[in-house]
Design a protein around this ligand. Sequence first.
Ligand code: SF4
Length: 487
Amino acid sequence: MKLFLFGHDYRYAAEQMLLTLFPDERPEYPQGKPEGDRAELCLNEGALKYTAVCRLFLNGSEFRGRASVQKSKITDELSKAKYLQRIIKFSFYRAALKSGRPKPVWGALTGIRPGKLLSNLLEAGMGDRAALSKFMRDNDVSRERALLCLYTAHAGLDCARTLDSRDICLYIGIPFCPTRCSYCSFVSQSVQKSMKLIPAYLEALYREIDATAEVVKSLSLRPISVYMGGGTPTTLSAQELHELCSKLETAFDLASVREYTVEAGRPDTITKEKLETLKIHGVTRVSVNPQTMEDAVLEAIGRKHTAQDVLNALKIVSDVGGFEINMDLIAGLPLDTPETFGKTLDTVLALYPENITVHTLALKKGSGIMLGNTPRPSAEDVGSMIDHANSALFKAGYKPYYLYRQKYMSGGFENIGWQRSHTENIYNICIMEELCSIISMGGGASTKLCLGSGRIERIFDPKYPAEYIDSIEKVIADKRKIIELMS
Ligand code: SF4
């Protein structure tokens, strides 16, 4: 859609709302006289308030939305930018609803962490009921979605109370998988060919681990959580896993670690020997991710394993014993229907894992799923799947403990981590609520430093194994910058 901004240059705010209201449209900023279907977003300054007006032109009709903020509410440049962006988004939102666009699932909320505003209200001392009402009213959010945020906000606040200022989470990225799933955005197209890079990759990773451990020591930081993700770390052999875990133990002081997760997402990578190795090294949680328990759907997404393989892998996990289990599901996969998704959920609930994460399929351009012709469920069907999952999980005794959205999510829904019996994963809460720094190593790893007063700095490692290996000197130099940033 053509966007014209008058009196401001808040492109990001305009684009975020465009994506929420018109998910299939992409922003264009043409020069010259505005014409055709478009949104004109104007910001005006008055004596007492700022007013944003959106004029939305669709198929020859005009729809107007308006929002304003009193100048007395603005305290500094940061709050000014925040309020002005908010009224610009709201004017766009109101004009679109007047045009007959359906109300988005999350109302006027855009962004990755829709619950953050609710967490802020609770943190400021507001009670549940008052915070919930304000959150719903201010953002036009349904009670159902606001309640999900209330659970996750409390999980975040409870977790925050247990943290010390020196606490950090460690993340280790293993960007290898036996094959590539069609919806994947984490590993390269040539993931099978890249397997031969594993020895060189681990050598480079060990160098980064050593350099990072020096940084952690010099800043007296204390790892409380270790998370090994990817990719699928259990693509490594038992011997390689043993060497990697040993390396982490000798490099870092892991005495204060409260949880240690290894993603064993693909059941075709799980063996008794690997799990016994992980257990010896103190791993407390593994993630076995079916995504679906329908063989036809598994085949459609290129998983190269069956639902029975998932059950077999879980049998190995429980035979070895001592692990909390997470299982990931995705709503919106090709060939899936509300009925088959319901069957998957029933099967997974019968297994009663400690954590279940329900994702909504993200429709990333260029992914195998977007390029293929296999039919995908409609946004309404994805909505039924999510609604069914939410009520079935609550009924089975699970509670949401972290929640986030991504760009281009099918139907605009969300991803929710559910837990039972107080088995919240600290790493997931910390990364979503930005409670402590996450220091990450390996291909595709992203370090997130929480520097106080809401200041965040990020450092990204190269995504794919070959470029990671080639740029290891720079990766190490970047890690050393943490000392300066956190001192
Ligand atoms: S298992 Fe996960 S990381 Fe590996 S290819 Fe599939 S989606 Fe990507």
